[in-house]
Design a protein around this ligand. Structure first.
Ligand SMILES: NC(=O)c1ccc[n+]([C@@H]2O[C@H](COP(=O)([O-])OP(=O)(O)OC[C@H]3O[C@@H](n4cnc5c(N)ncnc54)[C@H](O)[C@@H]3O)[C@@H](O)[C@H]2O)c1
Ligand SMILES: O=P(O)(O)OC[C@@H](O)[C@@H](O)[C@H](O)[C@H](O)CO
Length: 481
C-alpha cells in the first residue's frame, strides 16, 4: 500500500509557509524542522510547496497527500541513532506550469507569513526575458515577484501583510541577492512605486546558511525500508542527524519560529559570514576536492574515501594543511569543526555518492575550493599541492571515463562542450595537455579571473595532468603525498 492519508492521519494547520523547491534537501531539513515545531511547539503551520521547474516531484508529493518518510541517521549526543518519521508539514504542492492561477491564489492567503526556498545555486538568478504576464515566469525570482505583486494588490499594500523570506540556497548573501533581483524585476516590469515601498517596508529578507548532509532517496536500501515501513513511499529521504541553520536576523524571529523550543540547532546572528566560510571551505571544499581524485582512484562514496588509507590521508591533509591555514577563525575552533566534518563523512549509515556531489564540479571548485588555493598562495607564496592536484584530476575526469569506463558527468552544456572539444582536439603529449590546461584556466566565466595569471598554476596543473595521464591517479598521487 502507498503512503497517503488513508494509512497516516495528518493534522491540519494554517498554510503559513510557502516553499519554492521540492527537492531532497528542503524535505529533509526545513520541512523536517517545521514538522517538529508543529508537533512539539504549537507552530501550527503547514507548507505549500511550489515546484520551481516544469519537471519535478510535486505530482508524487500530492499523490502521497504531501506525506513522506524522513530517515535521520548518524550520531546524536554521542550516540549512534537511526530514526524515521512521517513528515506531515506539507499540506499540498503546486506546479505553476500546470496551475498558474492556483499558484497566484496562495498570495491572497492572509495567514501566509514565511517564504522559504532552495532552488540550487543556479536558482537565484535574473532572467531578462521574464515578464509579469508570463504563466509562469522562467526564473524563481521572476515567479516570486509576480506572487508578491499579487499579494501587494490583494491587500492594498497593507504593511501587516508583508512576509519573512529566508532563502537557503548555498550562495553568499542569499537573502540580499533575492531581494535585489525582485527589485530589478519591479523596475523591468514598471511596477508602481507603492509596490517597491511595500517591498522595503513590509517584507524582510534574511540571509541564511544551511548544513545537513542529505544524500536523498536511498535507492539501494528501498527493499529493506519498504519491508520495515509496511508501506510504499516513493519520496523517502535520508539525511544525517547533524543539522545547523544559521539565520542572519534579529532575535525576535525566535518568537515566530520556535525552533529553539524543540531543541533544533537554529542560530540567529547578526553576521553569518564566519559560519558560512568555515562550512563552505572545509566541508563543501573537502567534498568537491575529494570527488575527482577519489572517483579516478576507483572509489564511489565519501565514507569509503575517508576510510581508505591513501585517499583518507589526502583528504585530511587537504583540510588541515591547505584549507584550515587559509581561514581567519581561531585555530581550535577550525580544528574542532574539521574533526567533526571528518566524523560526519564517516557516518556508517549514509552512502553519499561522489558522483552526486560531482554535479557542476567546475563552479563548485570556483566557490568552494579556489578561494583556499588563492589565499594559500597569498599567505605562503606556494601553491597547495593537493587542492591543485584535485583541479588537474577534475580536468582529467571531464575526459569522460574512469578506468576505461565511460562516465556521464553533469555540468552546464557550455562546460561539457568545452571539455569534449578540448579532449578531442589535442593529443595527450605534454604540449597537448598544456593547451587543455591553458584553455580551461583561461575561462573567466567559470573562475572570475584568468587563472593562468596565478604564478606557477598552469605549470603545476599541467605537470599533475601529465602524471595522471601517464601513470594513472594512484601513482600520480604518490607525488603529492
Ligand atoms: N543535499 C545536501 O546534502 C545539501 C545540503 C545542504 C545544502 N544543499 C543545497 O541544496 C540544493 C538542493 O539540493 P537537493 O539535494 O535538494 O537537490 P534536488 O535535486 O533534490 O532539488 C533541487 C531543487 O532545486 C530546483 N532547481 C534546480 N535548478 C533550478 C533552477 N535553475 N531554477 C530554479 N529551481 C531549480 C529543483 O526544481 C528542485 O526543487 C543544492 O544546490 C545544495 O547546494 C544540499
Ligand atoms: O549539494 P551540493 O551538490 O551543492 O554539494 C554537495 C555537498 O557538498 C553538499 O550537499 C553537502 O553535503 C552539504 O552542503 C552539507 O550541508
Amino acid at each position: 500500500m502507498r503512503l497517503g492519508r488513508e494509512i497516516h492521519k495528518k493534522e491540519k494547520h494554517a498554510e503559513r509557509i510557502l516553499q519554492f523547491g521540492e527537492g531532497n534537501f528542503l524535505r529533509a531539513f526545513v520541512d523536517g524542522m517545521i514538522d517538529k515545531m508543529n508537533k512539539e511547539a504549537d507552530f501550527n503551520s503547514s507548507v505549500v510547496v511550489i515546484q520551481p521547474l516544469k519537471e519535478g516531484l510535486v505530482d508524487k508529493l500530492n499523490e502521497q497527500d504531501g506525506l513522506y518518510t524522513l530517515y535521520l541517521n548518524g550520531i546524536k549526543d554521542g550516540e549512534v541513532v537511526s530514526e524515521h518519521t512521517v513528515i506531515e508539514a506539507i499540506s499540498r504542492a503546486i506546479n505553476p506550469y500546470d496551475a498558474y492561477e492556483g499558484y497566484l491564489e496562495v498570495a491572497k492567503n492572509p495567514e501566509l507569513r514565511f517564504i522559504i526556498s532552495n532552488t540550487t545555486e543556479a536558482g537565484i538568478a535574473f532572467d531578462e526575458k521574464d515578464r509579469l504576464e508570463d504563466r509562469p515566469q522562467n526564473s524563481y525570482p521572476g515567479k516570486l515577484t509576480a506572487l508578491l505583486y499579487e499579494r501587494y494588490k490583494a491587500f492594498d499594500g497593507d504593511k501587516n501583510k508583508g512576509l519573512i523570506l529566508i532563502p537557503c540556497e548555498l550562495i553568499e548573501k542569499n537573502g540580499e541577492k533575492l531581494k535585489e533581483i525582485i527589485l530589478k524585476y519591479a523596475k523591468l516590469w514598471n511596477l508602481e512605486e507603492g509596490f517597491i515601498k511595500w517591498m522595503h517596508e513590509a517584507n524582510t529578507f534574511y540571509n541564511s546558511l544551511v548544513d545537513r548532509i542529505v544524500p536523498g532517496y536511498p535507492r539501494d536500501k528501498m527493499e529493506k525500508i519498504t519491508k520495515e515501513l509496511g508501506y510504499e513511499d516513493q519520496l523517502v529521504v535520508e539525511g544525517e542527524q547533524f543539522h545547523l541553520w544559521v539565520i542572519e536576523g534579529p532575535q525576535w524571529i525566535k518568537e515566530e519560529l520556535p525552533a529553539e523550543k524543540c531543541g533544533l540547532n537554529v542560530i540567529f546572528t547578526d553576521d553569518l559570514t564566519p559560519y558560512r566560510t568555515r562550512k563552505v571551505r572545509i566541508l563543501n571544499g573537502a567534498h568537491t576536492s575529494m570527488v575527482p581524485v577519489s572517483l579516478l582512484y576507483g572509489i564511489k562514496t565519501v565514507r569509503e574515501t575517508v576510510e581508505d588509507q591513501v585517499m583518507g590521508r589526502f583528504v585530511k591533509e587537504a583540510i588541515y594543511d591547505e584549507i584550515v591555514p587559509t581561514l581567519d577563525l581561531p585555530k581550535e575552533e577550525l580544528d574542532y569543526f574539521a574533526n567533526a566534518v571528518l566524523d560526519r563523512f564517516k557516518n556508517p549509515f549514509i552512502k553519499h555518492f561522489l558522483m552526486s556531489i560531482s554535479l557542476n564540479s567546475n563552479s563548485k571548485y570556483e566557490t568552494r575550493v579556489l578561494p583556499s588555493v588563492l589565499e594559500y598562495k597569498k599567505r605562503t607564496g606556494e601553491l597547495p599541492n593537493k587542492l591543485v592536484f584535485s583541479l588537474a584530476s577534475m580536468m582529467y575526469l571531464f575526459k569522460g571515463e574512469i578506468n576505461g569506463e565511460v562516465v556521464a558527468l553533469k555540468d552546464s552544456p557550455e562546460i561539457l562542450d568545452m571539455y569534449e572539444k578540448l579532449w578531442g582536439a589535442y593529443d595527450v603529449t605534454e604540449e597537448g595537455l598544456r593547451n587543455i590546461v591553458t584553455t580551461v584556466l583561461a575561462q573567466e566565466k567559470i573562475w572570475k579571473i584568468d587563472l593562468n595569471k596565478v604564478e606557477g598554476l598552469t605549470d603545476k596543473v599541467t605537470y599533475y595532468l601529465s602524471q595522471i595521464e601517464k601513470n594513472g591517479v594512484r601513482k600520480a598521487l604518490n607525488e603529492v603525498m
